[in-house]
Write a protein that binds this ligand. Structure first.
Ligand code: AHR
Length: 505
């Protein structure tokens, strides 16, 4: 959490850090990933059996290493829009018997050579937790229950035995399950009205929890501030449900999913667009609280959190989904990603998970070629945040000038501030880390750091010559520069950079 005071451009900004004022524990799952059967994310991304860079399972080893470097705690699968026509049974068992099917979200052909067991094994190798999304389009409740049984059951039952027959004795114990994806959208196969969705989600949730009460269920929200969000929360955030009643520490729904993609051609509108994410989190949390109050959910039932399970910079007109959505990210986009991540840190009291969309090739910081990988500009803020911005969020007071121009979406202006210095701070392993995004294209800021960095400070700076800089196979034009500084009571945050300062408490 940070308080922000607007100052004039000619005044000296300041950042006061309060290491003893801990705001909240940061859930590691805010550094989650997302792999969808879309473009080259699965095939040609994480799975590429013909490529010499792949292991004996067909997994790209360089991608696995990159995921490990990012220390991704949880990965959502198999979609996204793809999931609305996905039948998980097509993707298990002998590969030569798996059906090829037309795929209606991205208008391709799904070969089903990569399915549940391949994903679980990949997660195990990467050291990450699976998060599965259910087919609310053409899928049935029976199928969903079958998938849960296949993944999590230890009993002598049909789907648990099918998993054993397919080579996996022990259950996968998948904890996170989403009740559909973007079911409100006209782009979905089988779009829902909010009334129809809420009715179905409630009934499916009940059945899923009867089969495995230990799972965490994620409701399909929209933006976080729509009548859809309001209605589905009202209908589904309940606790006195058959099978759960009597226990006032449990609820049917555990998290509420929201999505946001931002983009703008102009740098300042692009870099401030993710401020909408922070406002969306605040509004969605109010709707969660409202539903709890109106439905008389006791305080002993844990407060449902936000699952921001798709976020990133993406302009679908520039990188259409049907063509694989291979965005080329600029330094401006990297700064926008850092502003998103700062928002997740500041709002960590209520964000239970966030998943960058996506992890490989599709609107991703990481691109594969047949010879290796390219780390796009957006890779660097993600890596630095994942490495250093864990633990606990601490309080900050920031005085900075503000960007006052056009925003995208327009409603950012007037509902949330757009400081030129966007900051968050954490306490972990006895270290303080301060993340400062100077979004200004023109101005370096010499900032007074109070109660802070007067010892040896490690400096990590994401920088490039200008906000349009991009990385290519041969050139890392956006990179991290590392430095050390001692006794700095004042620090200069250079124009268009993300800087992390880290020092021992
Ligand atoms: O991540 C790309 C797509 O964006 C997802 O499939 C969908 O859920 C969203 O609209």
């Amino acid at each position: 959490m940070a308080t922000f005071t607007r100052i004039n451009k000619d005044e000296t900004p300041s950042i006061i850090i309060h290491p003893d004022h801990i705001i909240s524990k940061i859930d590691d799952n805010i550094y989650g990933g997302f792999t969808e059967h879309m473009g080259r994310c699965i095939y040609g991304g994480i799975y590429d059996p013909e490529n010499p860079l792949s292991d004996e399972n067909g997994y790209r080893k360089d991608v696995i290493e990159a995921m490990k470097e990012l220390n991704v705690p949880v990965v959502r699968y198999p979609g996204g829009n793809f999931v609305a026509t996905y039948h998980w049974l097509d993707g298990v068992g002998p590969k030569e018997q798996r059906p090829r099917r037309p795929e209606l979200a991205w208008l391709g052909i799904e070969t089903n050579q990569f399915g549940t067991d391949e994903f679980m094994k990949w997660c195990e190798i990467v050291g990450t937790e699976p998060y599965l999304c259910l087919n609310f389009g053409t899928g049935t409740l029976d199928e969903a229950l079958g998938w849960l049984e296949y993944c999590n059951s230890n009993q002598d039952t049909y789907y648990a035995n099918l998993r054993r027959k397919n080579g996996t004795e022990k259950p996968y114990n998948v904890k996170y399950w989403a009740l559909g994806n973007e079911c409100y959208g006209p782009w979905q196969v089988e779009q829902f009205t909010k009334e129809d969705y809420a009715k179905r989600a409630y009934q499916w949730a009940k059945a899923m929890k009867l089969l495995d009460p230990s799972i965490t269920l994620i409701l399909c929200g929209e933006s976080g501030f729509s009548s859809w969000d309001y209605y589905v929360l009202q209908q589904c955030v309940k606790w006195d449900v058959h099978g759960l009643s009597g226990d006032n520490t449990k609820s049917l729904i555990d998290m509420h999913s929201i999505h946001l993609y931002t983009a703008d051609k102009e740098h300042m509108a692009n870099a401030t667009a993710p401020r909408a994410a922070e406002r969306a989190i605040q509004m969605a949390m109010s709707l969660i609280d409202l539903a709890r109050i109106e439905n008389k959910v006791p305080h002993t039932v844990p407060r449902q959190k936000i699952c921001f399970d798709e976020w990133n910079v993406w302009d679908p007109a520039r990188a259409p989904g049907e063509q694989g959505a291979e965005e080329k990210y600029t330094l401006s986009d990297a700064l926008a990603v850092a502003v998103f991540l700062n928002a997740f840190i500041r709002q960590s009291a209520v964000v239970g998970m966030a998943n960058i969309a996506q992890s490989v090739n599709v609107i991703s910081p990481l691109m594969t070629t047949k010879d290796g990988i390219v780390k796009q500009a957006t890779w660097w803020p993600l890596l630095l945040f994942s490495k250093y911005m864990r633990g606990e969020c601490i309080a900050l007071n920031v005085r900075s000038p503000e960007y006052t121009g056009r925003t995208n979406p327009p409603w950012v202006r007037g509902t949330i501030e757009t400081p030129l210095l966007d900051c968050s701070a954490t306490l972990n392993d006895g270290h303080i880390t301060l993340a400062v995004v100077n979004i200004s294209e023109e101005q370096d800021f010499a900032v007074k750091l109070e109660d802070g960095a007067d010892r040896e400070v490690m400096v990590f700076r994401v920088e490039g010559d200008n906000v349009s800089a991009v990385n290519t196979e041969s050139q890392q034009n956006v990179r991290v520069v590392e430095d050390r500084q001692t006794g700095a009571r004042e620090f200069t945050f250079k124009k268009h950079t993300l800087t992390m300062l880290r020092w021992k408490l």
